[in-house]
Design a protein around this ligand. Structure first.
Ligand code: ZN
Length: 133
C-alpha cells in the first residue's frame, strides 16, 4: 500500500542548530533505501570524513553552496548538483562561509539493483479520473 507520511515543509527545522539532519526512512517506512535531509549553516559542515561498508549514496543539493571533500579532493557544489558516491568514497560536506547548504542523501545497498523502474513497473487496468479511455 502506498504511503504519504509528510511533506518537505514538516522536515524543516528552526534554523538554530549548525547542522540538522532528518532521516526519513523511519518516517516513511522505507524498506530498500534510506533518505536523509541535512542542513549546514554558513561555514559549518561534517565533523569527520566517512565511507560506507555497503551503501552507495546519491546526494541532491537543494539549496546553497558548499564543498564536497571526496577522496582527498575538495570540489565546489551548489544547488541543483546531483552526485553519486560509491561505498568506499571518502566523503565530507560543508557549507561555504556565506550561504546555508541543504541537501538530500539517498542511501542504497551498493550493487544490489538487479532491475530498474521500466522493467519493474507494470500497467494495471484501473484508471485515475484524468485518464481517458
Ligand atoms: Zn554517508
Amino acid at each position: 500500500m502506498a504511503q504519504q507520511n509528510g511533506n518537505l515543509a514538516m522536515w524543516q527545522d528552526d534554523g538554530a542548530s549548525a547542522e540538522s539532519k532528518v532521516f526519513l526512512g523511519q518516517i516513511l517506512a522505507l524498506t530498500g533505501s534510506e533518505v536523509s535531509r541535512t542542513k549546514h549553516l554558513p561555514g559549518q559542515g561534517s565533523g569527520f570524513v566517512h565511507a560506507h561498508r555497503r551503501n552507495e549514496e546519491v546526494y541532491i543539493v537543494t539549496q546553497g553552496k558548499g564543498w564536497l571533500y571526496l577522496d582527498g579532493a575538495e570540489i565546489p557544489i551548489g544547488e541543483g548538483n546531483v552526485f553519486r558516491i560509491s561505498c568506499d568514497g571518502r566523503r565530507a560536506i560543508r557549507a561555504v562561509n556565506d550561504a546555508t547548504l541543504v541537501y538530500y542523501c539517498i542511501q542504497a545497498d551498493g550493487g544490489s539493483l538487479v532491475q530498474a523502474t521500466r522493467d519493474d513497473g507494470y500497467r494495471l487496468p484501473e484508471r485515475a479520473t484524468w485518464m481517458k479511455e
